[in-house]
Write a protein that binds this ligand. Structure first.
Ligand code: IDC
Length: 475
């Protein structure tokens, strides 16, 4: 992009964020903590700590990330992850209308089994950026939807340096308009989408490790933007898709994302309520992304940029908690945040986001598990600075309700209401190097400490229905 345009865009966007932050500040105070968590088959509350894996899957011919079982062992050892947001794509699931590629789903199932064997939980993320690879002849920009579902009606797509700017191209906008059928010409596309999800759900319904489906990465309304889009076509698509999934899979959580543009920068969401037709408690979660604008535009986390980013994080967290409440007190997973960690102050930003997520009770999937400047490793396997920042103490699975938790170097504090019906104990991950002589625990009884995996298992006795605080320090 030329300089003038970049400056113009930056100024306009910063003004937008400031307006959003002010709007958030003057609204009545919202909730300070998410009201519920995803739970495992033992009834434990889960805290997600992992990556989106990986961007390399977006345009690879087999739709799979450049990621091996050894790579999984590496992150498990180095950062104690327990969760993955695993990228899948509609183009691979349904390569031609109504035809599903079982071979692709076998490949995905094989990766899922690697995670399952190591006790991870998996969220399948139906990824898209800029609709599809078919938006340009060389396939070098967008990803997600199949070519047969890409209707640009002959409108142009010009070139850009920043990938996000392709969202403003007429051809790309039209592809979205046709999908949402705001053109009135393609009512069939959303049905295909819902049925593709149903097919995926049928395949993974009995796989306990798959706990959630992220129904659409970063929805974008084309020419229809903001609350009109979110409360209208987007909410409707979610409802249709969940209804389709529930015919074959009653238990896996359905994760909803807001419109990304705006929300990722700290603006509120207008997403409508979605009904979960399953018997029993609904299993709907909210999975927004956080990309404060200054960092999207390549600034670091220092000086004026840091102030703006901090204001964005605050406004964003408030908006997330309000939306989660409006959706029915649903759990929250921060499905994407990340940055080029060579930027000034990058690791302070990573800390700030993880601290916010702990305080508010959100799980986190860092973007992304690709090699290089945003990721944990170089392509030759060398550890990058991100590894230390992500190797943090956290409660993996809690036999009860989490009231609040926080962690720092060599310490973790967890306040919880123990649940006598939970059939497994509370598990806490501790970076072994911060606990060379093992952990000391107050408020709970140690059942096991496994320094090789960093997993501490504790029994937390209930005090009636009162919260109990467990403190872990280095012995
Ligand atoms: C980015 C990749 C980049 C790729 C681009 C377009 O890092 O290599 O060229 O997508 O496919 C998102 C998206 C996520 C983006 C990420 C970082 O969900 O797919 O990955 N991001 O830009 N939203 C905001 C940021």
């Amino acid at each position: 992009m030329v300089w003038g345009a970049r400056l113009w865009a930056a100024t306009a966007l910063v003004a937008l964020v400031a307006a959003g932050a002010i709007a958030a500040a003057v609204r009545t105070p919202g909730p300070e903590h998410v009201a519920s968590s995803l739970t495992d088959s033992h009834g434990r509350s889960l805290v997600q700590h992992g990556f989106s894996t990986a961007g390399s899957a977006k345009s690879s011919p087999d739709g799979l990330p450049d990621f091996t079982e050894d790579d999984l062992d590496a992150e498990h050892t180095d950062m104690g992850t327990n969760f993955v947001r695993f990228l899948i794509s509609w183009r691979m699931v349904e390569p031609s209308p109504g035809v599903y590629d079982e071979g692709y789903l076998d490949d995905v199932a094989e990766r899922v089994s690697w995670y399952a064997e190591r006790g991870y939980h998996v969220m399948l993320d139906m990824h898209q950026d800029l609709w599809s690879m078919a938006i340009t002849p060389d396939g070098a920009h967008g990803n997600g939807a199949p070519e047969w579902a890409t209707y640009m009606d002959g409108l142009p797509v010009a070139d850009h340096d920043m990938w996000e700017l392709y969202y403003l191209e007429p051809g790309v906008m039209r592809a979205f308009d046709n999908f949402w059928n705001t053109t009135g010409k393609h009512p069939e596309l959303q049905d295909h989408y819902a049925k593709a999800w149903q097919h995926v759900a049928e395949r993974f319904a009995d796989e306990d490790a798959v706990v959630a489906y992220d129904l659409m990465n970063e929805p974008y309304g084309g020419t229809m933007q903001g609350p009109r889009f979110e409360a209208g076509p987007l909410t409707e698509l979610y409802q249709t898709t969940i209804d389709a999934i529930r015919q074959v899979d009653a238990d896996t959580w359905a994760c909803l994302e807001p419109q990304a543009m705006g929300f990722n920068w700290g603006l509120p969401s207008g997403l409508g309520f979605v009904d979960d037709p399953r018997a029993g408690q609904p299993r709907i979660a909210f999975c927004p992304h956080l990309y404060p604008l200054p960092m999207d535009l390549g600034d670091g986390y220092t000086g004026a940029s840091k102030q703006l980013v901090d204001a964005t994080i605050d406004a964003w967290a408030g908006n997330v908690l309000r939306t989660a409440e409006a959706l029915g007190d649903v759990p929250v997973i921060l499905g994407e945040f990340g940055l080029n960690t060579t930027l000034d102050g990058a690791l302070d930003y990573v800390d700030a986001v993880y601290d916010m997520a702990a305080t508010t009770g959100m799980g986190v999937a860092y973007w992304s598990r690709d090699d290089g400047s945003w990721g944990p490793y170089e392509s030759d396997g060398t550890e990058r600075n991100l590894v230390t920042a992500l190797n943090r103490a956290y409660p993996r699975a809690v036999a009860g309700e989490i009231t609040e938790w926080s962690s720092g170097e060599g310490e973790l504090t967890l306040t919880m209401i123990p649940d006598a019906d939970a059939t497994a104990s509370t598990e806490i991950y501790l970076p072994a190097e911060e606990f060379p002589n093992g952990p000391e625990v107050d408020g709970a009884v140690i059942e096991a400490w496994l320094p090789d995996s960093g997993i501490l298992t504790v029994n937390v006795p209930a005090k009636g229905a009162d919260p109990v605080t467990v403190t872990v320090t280095a012995a």
